[in-house]
Design a protein around this ligand. Structure first.
Ligand code: HEC
Length: 186
């Protein structure tokens, strides 16, 4: 619209380039001359600060994750970070928050203890629609080991999660994220 806008923008852009150019030459100057080749072999100083800084939330290897402490065995022994990481394989197709809706796959909130293939408004395959079982952690372990073999004809295009420890972490993570409540004791 206005013919005056253009030169102004050009000047601003030029000023930016000059500013950037200037600062990068400055930054390059002091870097080179700090080596002390004589001492390097003698004593690599111990990183004294590390143990103090370690956050309390990160369990030592082999320690159970506090996020899973309330889950039934063996899920209370699973690794939270591993579970969260493994869920990245699912999150393009599944949401876990209540009421968050469906993506390519159905919302997983409240899935444990629910009839398979029963999320309202999701167009399941016949295989899942007609499946007659209630999702428990053990079923999910089988489903994720080999989705195709567990329920032939289902439409979840996903190869599976090969490592048992990844499945354990993922299932525990899903229990926490989807609001799992343990069945009442009898
Ligand atoms: C490419 C998309 C996609 C990915 C990735 C995917 N799913 Fe699915 N998932 C689906 C679809 C589609 C269905 C419905 C399948 C059908 O109707 O046969 C489904 C169904 C399910 C169901 C059954 C839900 C119900 O209501 O009965 C579970 C449980 C499930 N997926 C878990 C997972 C988990 C856990 C992962 C990650 C390891 C995963 N899915 C990865 C698309 C996906």
């Amino acid at each position: 619209m206005s013919p005056f806008l253009k030169p102004a923008t050009a000047i601003a852009a030029f000023a930016l380039i000059v500013a950037c150019g200037g600062s990068s030459t400055d930054a390059a100057t002091p870097a080179a001359s700090t080596e002390t080749p004589v001492d390097t072999a003698v004593a690599a100083p111990a990183p004294a600060a590390t143990p103090v800084v370690t956050p309390a939330a990160a369990p030592a290897p082999g320690e159970p994750s506090p996020e899973f402490a309330a889950l039934p065995a063996p899920y209370n022994t699973a690794d939270y970070a591993r579970g969260k990481r493994t869920f990245k394989l699912c999150q393009s197709c599944h949401l876990t928050a209540e009421g968050a809706g469906n993506l390519v796959g159905p919302n997983l909130h409240g899935m444990f203890g629910r009839e398979a293939g029963s999320v309202e408004g999701f167009a399941y395959s016949d295989a899942l629609e007609e499946a007659d079982f209630v999702w428990e952690p053990v079923h999910l372990d089988e489903w994720l080991t080999n989705p195709r073999a567990f329920l032939p004809g289902n439409r979840m295009s996903f190869a599976g999660v090969r490592k048992p420890e990844d499945r354990l972490g993922l299932i525990a993570y899903l229990m926490v994220e989807t609001g799992y409540t343990s069945p009442p004791a009898e």
